[in-house]
Design a protein around this ligand. Structure first.
Ligand SMILES: Cc1cc2nc3c(=O)[nH]c(=O)nc-3n(C[C@H](O)[C@H](O)[C@H](O)COP(=O)(O)O)c2cc1C
Length: 383
C-alpha cells in the first residue's frame, strides 16, 4: 500500500491508522507480548531458582541485550554464562559493561531468593576470568556458579518489592524540580557501603552534563560505533514483540515514520538524514535535562569489581524507584574506544580526582513515568 504523509492519522488514543483505498488500516499498537515478563503477579514457580531468575531477567543490561544463559544444576545449583553473541564490541570492547549487567542480574536473583527464605551463594568466575581492563574479553567460562540454601529467619530486602517498578527512564526530566540533597543521599546510601557518589550542585552538575553531551555526540558521529547501536534498534511494536531486546523505538510517531520510510536503520546511521538529525537533537535535549547525577566507583577494574558495580548500581536504581526518582544511565563518556578517550579522562579527573574507575554514571531527577522495557521470557534464557 502506498502512503503519503497525509494518509497517516495519529488517533487521540495514541494509536495510528493509515487511510488507503481499502479504508482504514490500523498499523500501530504498543508492544503486547514484549513486556509480559514484568508481570510477576502469577503463582511463583515451585523451584526457587526459577523464581529467583524470573526476577533477575528484569535486570538492566547494556542496550537491553539480556546476555544471560542459565543452566540449572542438580536440585539446588545453577551456572550463569554469557551469551557471547549478545555483546557490544564497539562500545564495550572489554566486556566491562556486560559484566556490570551480570552483577545487576545476580543482585536481583539474590534478593528474590532471600524473599522466599533462601540464601543464594555466589561464586564469581569459578573457572577464572580474563582481566577486565584492556586485557581480554569474556569467554565461554561461567560468569558465576550459584547455590540456593534454605535459611531460617531471613528477612526480605526492603528494595525487593521495587524490582518490577525499576526503570531506565530516558524522558526529559523536570528542570524546575530540583533533587533535594538529602534525597540524593538516601539514594546513594543504598549501595552496599560501596563508593556511590552524587551531586546536585549546579556547577558540578553542569560540568558533568557537558562531558556527557560531548560523549553522546562523539558516539553518534563515530560511524562504526553508531552502527552497532542502530543494528540493535527495534523499530515499531511488531519488531519489538518479535525480538524483545535492544533499543525499542515505539509510539505513534515512530510507527508513522517507519510506515513512510522516514525511520529506517539506514536513515538512522546516515548523518545527512532527517531521522539522524532528529534523534541527535532529541538525545541532546534528554541529556541536558539533568538536575542531579550519581556515579558508582570501584578501586580496581577487575571482573569481580565490575560485578559488584552492577549489584550496587541496580540497588541504587531500585532505591530511586522507591523514592519516586527517575534515573538514566549515561555511559558514553565511560567507554573505552579511542575517539572518546579524552572525554573519558576528563570525566574521571572531574569525578574521581583521588583515583578509581567510574563504572556507572546516571542522571537523576523527576520525570514522566515510562513503560517497562521489553524482555525475553525466562524460558528463552535457560539452556
Ligand atoms: C552497564 C550498563 C550501561 C548502560 N548504559 C546506558 C546508557 O548509556 N544509556 C541508556 O539510555 N541506558 C543505558 N543502560 C540502561 C539499559 O539500556 C537498560 O537497562 C535496558 O534498556 C533495559 O531497560 P530497563 O533498565 O528499563 O529495564 C545501561 C545499562 C547497563 C547495565
Amino acid at each position: 500500500m502506498a502512503v503519503s504523509r497525509r494518509t497517516v492519522i495519529v488517533s487521540a488514543a495514541g494509536g495510528l491508522a493509515l487511510v488507503g483505498a481499502g479504508g482504514w488500516w490500523r498499523v500501530a499498537r504498543m508492544p503486547e507480548t514484549a513486556t509480559a515478563p514484568w508481570d510477576l503477579s502469577g503463582p511463583a514457580p515451585a523451584d526457587i531458582r526459577l523464581d529467583a531468575f524470573r526476577h533477575a531477567i528484569l535486570a538492566p543490561s547494556p542496550h537491553n541485550l539480556q546476555p544471560w544463559r542459565i543452566r540449572l544444576d542438580g536440585e539446588d545449583g545453577a551456572t550463569l554464562f554469557c551469551d557471547l553473541d549478545r555483546r557490544l564490541p564497539q562500545t564495550d570492547p572489554f566486556d566491562r559493561q556486560v559484566t556490570i549487567g551480570f552483577g545487576a542480574f545476580l543482585e536481583l536473583a539474590r534478593m528474590a531468593a532471600r524473599a522466599r527464605g533462601y540464601e543464594m551463594e555466589i561464586l564469581p568466575f569459578p573457572e577464572g576470568a580474563p582481566m577486565g581492563d584492556r586485557a581480554g574479553r569474556l569467554d565461554s567460562r561461567p560468569v558465576a556458579s550459584l547455590k540456593f540454601k534454605a535459611v531460617a529467619g531471613l528477612s526480605s530486602d526492603p528494595l525487593f518489592a521495587q524490582i518490577p517498578e525499576r526503570r531506565s527512564n530516558r524522558s526529559i526530566y523536570d528542570m524546575a524540580r530540583p533533587v533535594d540533597r538529602r534525597e540524593l543521599r538516601r539514594l546513594t546510601s543504598n549501595g552496599l557501603d560501596w563508593r556511590v557518589r552524587g551531586t546536585t550542585t549546579p556547577d558540578y552538575v553542569a560540568q558533568i552534563r557537558d562531558l556527557a553531551l560531548e560523549a553522546i555526540a562523539i558516539e553518534t558521529k563515530t560511524l562504526r560505533v553508531h552502527q552497532e547501536t542502530v543494528a540493535v534498534m527495534r523499530i515499531g511494536a511488531r519488531e519489538v514483540d518479535a525480538r524483545p531486546d535492544g533499543i525499542d523505538l515505539t509510539g505513534p510517531g515512530v510507527e508513522a515514520g517507519a510506515a513512510l520510510g522516514l525511520i529506517t536503520r539506514e536513515k538512522l546511521v546516515d548523518p545527512s538524514s532527517t531521522a539522524f538529525g532528529q534523534r541527535l537533537t532529541q538525545l541532546e535535549k534528554i541529556y541536558a535535562a539533568a538536575p542531579a547525577f550519581i556515579w558508582v566507583v570501584t578501586d580496581r577494574n577487575d571482573r569481580t569489581s565490575q560485578l559488584t558495580a552492577g549489584r550496587v548500581y541496580v540497588r541504587v536504581n531500585l532505591a530511586a524507584a522507591l523514592l519516586g526518582l527517575a534515573m538514566h544511565p549515561m555511559s558514553q563518556a565511560l567507554q573505552e574506544y579511542p575517539e572518546v578517550a579524552d572525554v573519558h579522562a576528563r570525566l574521571h579527573a572531574l569525578l574521581v580526582p583521588e583515583g578509581g574507575r567510574v563504572q556507572m554514571l546516571a542522571r537523576v531527577g523527576y520525570g514522566p513515568a515510562v513503560p517497562p522495557a521489553p524482555r525475553y521470557p525466562l524460558a528463552a534464557k535457560l539452556v
